[in-house]
Design a protein around this ligand. Structure first.
Ligand code: PTJ
Length: 262
């Protein structure tokens, strides 16, 4: 099959494999064409970060895990790209959290896409998927796009919302509603990254398994300890660290002679 059939030993094998997943899901109507473009933007930032989970990202993952564990009504918001790249981990996280709900929320909303994503989640063991069809009957004030439509049993009443791969409007509006917004976004400069309470600047492919691991690890911690981890996290400082890291990395590469390193 095209793209998925990556030649062994290809220096960009992992990156090609991930693209293959997105293309497959695009053809199956899960990922939208704009999702392929969005992934390209993400890849560019991933290159600058060194295609690894950085220290600031690990700190954000720990804070995200603690926040989700103390949340009373946590919701994992799922779109096309997240389904293509991290479906298993979304389900694992949902299972680990006990009280979490999974809600489909799409920028390019269509009933067919909602159903396609719901089907994959149900095949993976999720009993009820929120936000599908008429169930998305509530509205997020101030959001003009289709992302405004949410489930009154899910995102609308959530206290913490995990939004992997987002566009900025909804992240800002959810924060205004008083919700704790946890974003996964490779672009530390995006509006989403800047308006979230916790931004994990990492590829969703690497961040989601690490988030599941962090939840498993912190599960035994006391409520006070989890609150401390969550409250001590400073998103602005963390984003600044991510930018500094990119900057320093580029300066180091330039000093060494970039051709030797890449
Ligand atoms: O499935 P839908 O209809 O909800 O549409 C999803 C997309 C992604 C098309 C929609 O949300 C969109 O247009 O998003 P944006 O505004 O392009 O923003 C996507 C952000 O995700 C950008 O800041 C990218 O850098 C970032 N990004 C892309 N791929 C990844 C990523 N972040 C983490 N991991 C990735 N693999």
């Amino acid at each position: 099959m095209e793209y998925v059939d990556v030649p062994p030993g290809h220096p960009r094998a992992e990156s090609l494999r991930i693209r293959g997943k997105l293309i497959k899901h695009f053809k199956e109507g899960v990922v939208v064409a704009a999702g392929l473009i969005a992934h390209g933007r993400g890849e560019a930032f991933d290159y600058l970060l060194g295609e690894r989970t950085t220290e600031p990202a690990l700190k954000a993952i720990e804070a995200a895990a603690a926040t989700l564990l103390i949340a009373k009504r946590p919701v994992i918001s799922v779109n096309g790209n997240t389904t293509a790249l991290a479906l298993e981990e979304v389900v694992e996280l949902w299972l680990e959290l006990n009280n979490a709900r999974i809600e489909v929320n799409l920028f390019h909303r269509s009933f067919e896409r909602e159903l396609a994503i719901e089907r994959l989640l149900k095949e993976a063991g999720v009993k009820e998927v929120l936000g599908v069809g008429d169930a998305a009957s509530a509205s997020i004030p101030g959001v003009l796009s289709e992302r405004r439509r949410v489930d009154p049993r899910g995102i609308f009443i959530a206290d913490a919302v995990l939004i992997p791969l987002e566009d900025g409007d909804r992240a800002e509006a959810l924060a205004k509603m008083g919700k704790t917004v946890i974003a996964i976004d490779l672009n530390p400069l995006s509006r989403t990254a800047r308006s979230a309470s916790i931004t994990i600047v990492d590829n969703v492919v690497r961040a989601m398994p690490k988030l599941v691991k962090a939840v498993k690890k912190l599960k035994g911690s006391s409520y006070e300890e989890l609150r401390r981890i969550s409250f001590e996290f400073d998103n602005r400082r963390n984003l600044a660290e991510a930018l500094r890291l990119i900057n320093n990395r580029l300066l180091e590469l330039a000093a060494k002679g970039v051709a030797l390193e890449l």
